[in-house]
Each structure stands twice: as C-alpha cells, then as structure tokens.
Ligand binder design. Structure first.
Ligand code: HEM
Ligand SMILES: *[C@@H]1O[C@H](CO)[C@@H](O)[C@H](O)[C@H]1NC(C)=O
Ligand SMILES: *[C@@H]1O[C@H](CO)[C@@H](O)[C@H](O)[C@H]1NC(C)=O
Ligand SMILES: CC(=O)N[C@H]1CO[C@H](CO)[C@@H](O)[C@@H]1O
Length: 507
C-alpha cells in the first residue's frame, strides 16, 4: 500500500514550511519515547535504497535499530516490526486495537476500494464479510467440497502448460483464478484469454497504484479530495473515477452473471448462488455478498498464482528436491494415475516441500496496519494512528528461526526437531489473517503434486548454454518472481497420457 518509504518522504519534503517547524521541534529535543529509528527529514533522506524493494529497506532499518523500529516525519509515525515474536505480541494478542488498515484517501475513499475486505477498516461491514468467508472456505472441511473441482481445473491447466510451456506464467495465473471464480461465482473461464481473468488483473494493478500513499498528494492532505475535478491539478480525481469504474465492473459483472444464470436455471453451485438462493435474502445481505464475492475473486487472483509460479523456479534451481519428491510420489501413488487430495496424508516430503515454498517465496512480503489507540510495548510509545509495517519476508528469512534461510530445504520441516511452520506468518496475523488460507494452501498443494508427478522441470539450454534463473522477488504489497525461463517436459509418455486423459467433474 506504500510504494516505498522514500516516496512518503518525497511528498512531505514538498511542504517545506511544515518540515521546518518539525525540524525546530526535534532540535528542541522534543520527542516521545518512540522505538529507535530515523526521525526528521535528515533520517528519511538517508534511508537505504535497496532496488526499490521495500522489505529490504525495512529489514535494513530493523537491523540498525532493532526488531521494533520507527520512522517519523511531521507527526506521521511509521512503526516497523521485524520479528515474529513482536508481531505476535502486538498484532495477534492486541488484535482489537491493531486491525485497522492505514487511511487511504485515493484508494479507499475516492476509488471506492474501501468496501473490499483487504482495505476495509475493522468494523461491522468487515466482520460480516469475514463471517461469509469463514462459512464458505474457512476450514478444511468446507474446502473439501471443492476438491474434485480443483482436481479438474488443475488437470486442465497442466494440459495447457504441456502444450505451451513458454507461457507458463500466464497459465499459472489464469488457472488459479479459474479455481477461485468457480468458488466465488460458479463462473467457468473460457479457453484462451478470459475477460474476467483480465479484469481481475487490471483491477489488482490499479489497486496497487492507487494505494501507494507516496504517489498522491491527497493521501497526505486529505481535504484536497473536495476540490472540483475540472481544476488543473485535479488529475487524481479523474484517475480515481477510472479506478472506480473498473472496480464497479469487478463487483457487478460477475454478480449479474450469477443472477442471470440463476434466472435461467443454469447456475453452477457457488458462494454467490447459494446465498442468492436463500429464502430470507435481504438487500443488505445481497450487498454484503456482492462485495465479499468480489473480494474473494480479487484476493485469490494474485497470491496463489504468485506461489504457483515460484514453484517452477524452485524446482528448476533444486533438482535434488524435485527428484526426492518424485521418488516419494512414485512409491506411494505409483505411475498409473495422478495424485489426488486423498494421497496427501501419505506424502510427507511433498507436504514439507510446499511448506518450504511458502517460506522461501512470499507473495505478500509485508502487511500494513494502523493503530487505533496509543499503546506501549517494552517501554516504547506507539502513537494512535501510526502506520505499522510488518515485515513478513524478513521473518521467514530470520537466521534466529531458520538455519541457512536462503537454502531451499524441505527437510527442515521433517524429523524430530522441525523448524517453525511458516504458516503462522506467511498468511498474516490475528483478525486479518488471510481468509483464503485453506483454499490457497490446498490448491497449491495439488498443483505441486500433479506437476511433480507429470513433469520434469529443469534449466533450459539455449544455443548450448544452460540458463540458470535467479530468485528475484519484485513488486510491492503483492510480489512475484520476475519472469524466468525453464524447461518443462513430461516425465514419460505415460505421464503425458495421464495429463491428457478425459476427466469428468461428476464422480
Ligand atoms: C498461498 C496463497 C496466499 C498467501 C500466501 C496469502 C497471504 C495473505 C496475507 C499475508 C494477507 C494479509 C493478512 C494480514 O494483513 O495480516 C492476506 C490477506 C488476504 N487474503 Fe490471502 N493469501 C493467499 C491466498 C489467498 C486466496 C486464495 C484468497 C481468496 C480466496 C485470499 C484472500 C485474501 C483476502 C480477502 C485478504 C484480506 C484479509 C483482510 O484484510 O482481513 N488469499 N493474504
Ligand atoms: C485496546 O485499547 C483500549 C483503550 O486504550 C484498552 O483499554 C485495551 O486494553 C486495549 N486492548 C488490548 C487487547 O490491548
Ligand atoms: C488441514 O488439512 C491439512 C492436510 O491434510 C493438515 O495438514 C492441516 O493440519 C489441517 N488443518 C486443520 C486446521 O485441520
Ligand atoms: C482451467 C483453465 O482455466 N485453464 C486455462 C489455463 O490457462 C490457459 C492460458 O492462459 C488457458 O488457455 C486455459 O484455458
């Protein structure tokens, strides 16, 4: 939601007079007992710039100042949390006061995204949506009803990868979105480019732009939102209107699709169709449902995909791990069929591999909160309204928790002394922990299982030279691996036949 800490400072630097006043304040020695860190313009100008990767920037500040650090300018306080212990103490244990998102005028208010769960504050609207999610996909047992569909969609997607491995990233993106759209709206994506998949992608890029506070003055000076949009300099208001129009489509198009399918008697069972079909459906419930279903579709569209794509990178770089997982699959499942959810309990190495994948690649490297009330932690003052940045990425690479954290080694989760499961960190915390956890985790598991059973993934060779791709996480609030090349081949003609075999959704 913030592009970089530096952009925050750049904007504020423009309000020179205010900066000067604050400087006078700090010179006079006035400073509450904030966590150690940088303060004032000087501090911000000296922020490390690390390739624009905000998680590295925060890590650097936490390294210099401790696991709880701060950065303040002009009465805006940013609190940086760099250890899982502090995140647990504050965000989990004091969840009531740490569950708001920072105010975002451009995105949340002008563009209308504030009604989407991800940006909503912790209030009745939010709680109603979390409840709808919990009933639909909030446990292993509720997600079990989707297993067959996930198996069906995963098979379809492997077939596409086999036919056209060069477009791996597009296939993986498309195919996880297909699973979510089936669940949220009973919508079956078309072959080739699908309008709703494209729409989610466009909306998510706009979300990411609109929510970078450093980018728009109106986030720093909220009353600007009242200036008329025809004034010069009010370009942001016209931009916000464009964003709002795309968001409107994201919410209304799939919702109207379900309604027309229900009217025609052809709706597939889904989150939306079940609630729309209720006898006691109220207008309020329908409005809640419409936004919750859009949240599901939008929230699920870019995270699981990001991990799915990283899986192919991990396998390209770690053939030893791939072979070990394939040996386990061959001995447990055999080579005459592809693995299904029923095999999961008997594939411990594969489970550890997926766990390691969630630690190694973080689609959401940081999460943000805002504090509701003044608080204190270990003697430090945390003012109400602070921006809180939680560095998930750093926690999953913390040498105090994981030995040789840069290594991809599923074995760390096996044996008598397993290292801590990343699940309590990589899906977020407390009352805002990812509500897509079960669906995300299980669809990832299945994709990894089937891809390993069917494919050999390796470095590709171009003109006699072997290409070794790099771990390169890019993005902001949502991150993915930069595009890379790898070779994907069926393990055998039998494996290829299994991928191509007809698969019917009804058992
Ligand atoms: C492996 C895949 C996934 C990972 C690693 C992941 C991770 C996360 C993280 C770290 C957060 C922020 C939580 C916080 O602020 O404490 C989050 C929020 C969220 N995720 Fe996921 N997610 C994944 C898949 C999904 C899927 C499949 C869906 C949809 C079905 C989904 C829907 C959401 C929503 C709606 C939120 C906002 C929750 C809120 O603000 O209260 N996620 N996710
Ligand atoms: C939340 O803030 C209120 C008001 O300061 C305080 O009384 C309460 O103890 C806090 N709750 C937690 C869990 O810290
Ligand atoms: C859900 O299922 C997975 C796989 O069988 C298992 O590892 C996990 O512990 C289960 N979670 C819960 C909360 O039951
Ligand atoms: C199940 C599914 O949606 N498969 C799609 C996977 O992605 C490719 C390319 O984007 C599509 O052509 C498939 O239809």
């Amino acid at each position: 939601m913030v592009s970089t800490l530096t952009s925050l400072h750049l904007i504020t630097a423009c309000s020179g007079a205010l900066v000067f006043c604050f400087w006078l304040y700090t010179r006079r020695g006035w400073r509450p007992n904030l966590p150690p860190g940088v303060c004032g313009l000087q501090g911000f100008l000296n922020l490390p710039s690390v390739d624009g990767k905000i998680w590295l920037q925060i890590l650097e500040l936490n390294r210099q100042h401790g696991d709880l650090a701060s950065a303040s300018l002009l009465g805006t306080h940013v609190i940086l949390i760099g250890s899982a212990k502090i995140a647990e103490d504050l965000i989990e244990k004091r969840s009531v006061n740490y569950s708001d998102r920072p105010r975002s005028v451009m995105c949340g208010e002008l563009s209308g995204w504030g009604k989407i769960m991800l940006l909503s504050n912790y209030n009745d609207w939010f709680r109603a949506h979390r409840k709808l999610f919990a009933q639909e996909i909030g446990s292993n047992s509720t997600v079990a009803k989707f297993h067959r569909m996930i198996e069906f969609e995963t098979r379809r997607s492997l077939r596409c990868i086999l036919d056209d491995p060069a477009r791996l990233q597009a296939h993986v993106r498309k195919n996880f979105t297909s699973i979510i759209l089936r669940i949220s709206h009973g919508y079956v994506t078309q072959e080739g480019d699908d309008p709703l998949v494209e729409l989610a992608h466009t909306a998510n890029s706009q979300l990411s732009m609109a929510s970078a506070p450093g980018l728009y003055y109106v986030d720093i000076i909220p009353f600007l939102k009242y200036i008329p949009s025809w004034l010069p300099g009010a370009g942001f208001k016209r931009r916000a209107k464009e964003y709002a129009a795309v968001l409107h489509d994201l919410v209304e198009i799939p919702h109207n699709y379900v309604k027309s399918q229900l009217a025609a008697g052809t709706a597939l069972p889904s989150f939306s169709s079940r609630i729309l079909g209720k006898q006691d459906l109220t207008e309020e419930l329908e409005d809640n449902l419409k936004w919750a279903a859009a949240t599901m579709y939008q929230g699920g569209a870019d995270t699981a995909n990001s991990v799915g794509y990283a899986f192919y990178l991990a396998m390209t770089l770690h053939p030893r791990v791939m072979k070990k997982a394939q040996e386990e699959l061959d001995s447990v499942v055999g080579v005459r069929r592809l693995p299904t959810f029923a095999d999961r309990p008997s594939l411990p190495y594969l489970d550890a591999l997926v766990t390691e994948l969630l630690r190694w690649h973080t689609p959401a490297p940081i999460t943000m909160r805002s504090t509701r009330v003044d608080d204190e932690y270990n003697g430090y003052f945390i003012p109400a309204g602070s921006y809180i940045f939680v560095n998930i990425w750093a926690m999953l690479r913390d040498e105090r928790t994981y030995t040789n954290p840069l290594e991809f080694r599923p074995e760390r989760f096996l044996g008598d002394n397993p290292e801590p499961h990343p699940g309590s960190v990589c899906f977020g915390f407390g009352r805002r922990r990812c509500p897509g956890y079960f669906i995300g985790h299980s669809s990832l598991w299945l994709m990894c299982a089937q891809a390993l059973a069917a494919f050999d993934i390796s470095k590709c060779v171009e003109n006699g030279v072997e290409i070794t791709p790099e771990f390169n996480l890019v993005g902001e609030i949502l991150a993915h691996q930069a595009p890379f090349k790898c070779s994907i081949k069926p393990r055998s003609s039998q494996a290829e036949a299994l991928v191509r075999q007809e698969f019917s959704l009804s058992e």
